[in-house]
Design a protein around this ligand. Structure first.
Ligand code: AMP
Length: 296
């Protein structure tokens, strides 16, 4: 069966008009912001949000403000035709793919910044990254005004920051978290996985294996947490990672560092570099008080 064509809009005024018409017709609207190069992690977010709302908007915008000067903005994979095919098959109602001027017109001067929870973890090696994320997501949510927005557990710090942002700024969008999706070999699915050579991919697989080990040892509570983390970091470096940027246990609700005992729902989070590719991943630690809710 041929899927119905999906509407594609590139201007914020057209997006507003369409979403307003849906709202006037009594329909609820969900948004999944992405940077494109869509994979089954993104498509699982689409399937998830379809359970909550009548109409689904996916945005594709490779946001220059969230890339550092030495990062991969120029080579970030861009494949709009393939993305359109996947979204059409996924029965997405509308693709919003704005030109940069729709997001950052000449004379744009504003920066949206969340404090505290944007310190450490990914922020330590990516100064300015979260300001780029919070600025663009504020713009996308205000341009669309969805009832619900879905962000992936894969970028857990980002999800936590965006939940805080919408709460603090009274943006009338409910932020929810979609389950982290992995490739069959266990590697967290990412648009950046295409950069990995077969050798690098083999090394990369040590990330989920090591996280599982940390989760197990942290839940057992035999060794001090710092010892568990130090051993895991050494293991990753021995396996061939160029750098382990962080490997930490944080509380799930507010990302507070966990150093001694785990007394609240927590997770282990990692960023590590193999070759020229930076990978992130995280896992919840069970056997402690109830874990944070993901949507599936
Ligand atoms: P990106 O296009 O990488 O900016 O990601 C767009 C959204 O998809 C973000 O909310 C990510 O957290 C989410 N996402 C990316 N990879 C995955 C994955 N493997 N599983 C679940 N969500 C993901």
């Amino acid at each position: 069966m041929i899927a119905a064509p999906m509407e594609i809009l590139r201007r914020k005024k057209d997006l507003r008009t369409r979403v307003t018409a849906w709202h006037m017709a009594g329909l609820t609207v969900g948004m999944v912001p992405t940077m494109g190069a869509l994979h089954h992690g993104h498509l699982s977010l689409v399937r998830e949000i379809q359970k909550y709302v009548d109409k689904v908007v996916v945005s594709i915008f490779v946001n220059p403000k969230q890339f550092g000067p030495n990062e991969d903005f120029d080579k970030y994979p861009r494949q709009e035709a393939e993305d359109i095919k996947k979204l059409t098959e996924g029965k997405v109602d509308l693709l919003y793919a704005p030109q940069p001027e729709e997001i950052y017109p000449d004379g744009f001067l504003t920066n949206v910044s969340v404090t505290r929870i944007t310190e450490g973890l990914c922020a330590a090696k990516r100064p300015g990254h979260f300001d780029g994320v919070t600025t663009v997501v504020t713009k996308l949510l205000l341009q669309c005004l969805p009832d619900v927005a879905l962000f992936g557990e894969k970028d857990f710090q980002q999800y936590t920051v965006l939940k805080q942002l919408t709460k603090d700024l009274d943006i009338p969008t409910r932020v929810i978290c979609g389950k982290l999706i992995r490739d069959p070999d266990g590697l967290a699915t990412s648009s950046r996985n295409v950069y990995l050579s077969p050798d690098e991919r083999r090394i990369a697989l040590e990330i989920p294996k090591t996280l599982k080990q940390v989760v197990q040892e942290a839940a057992e509570g035999i060794l001090p947490l710092q010892q568990v983390l130090d051993k895991a970091k050494r293991h990753l470096m021995d396996c061939g990672f160029r750098e382990v940027q962080y490997l930490e246990i944080r509380q799930s609700d507010d990302l507070a560092p966990v150093t001694g005992k785990i007394t609240a729902p927590s997770r282990v989070l990692v960023a590590a570099v193999v070759g020229a590719t930076r990978l992130i991943d995280n896992m919840p630690i069970p056997n402690v008080p109830a874990q944070p809710k993901t949507t599936s």
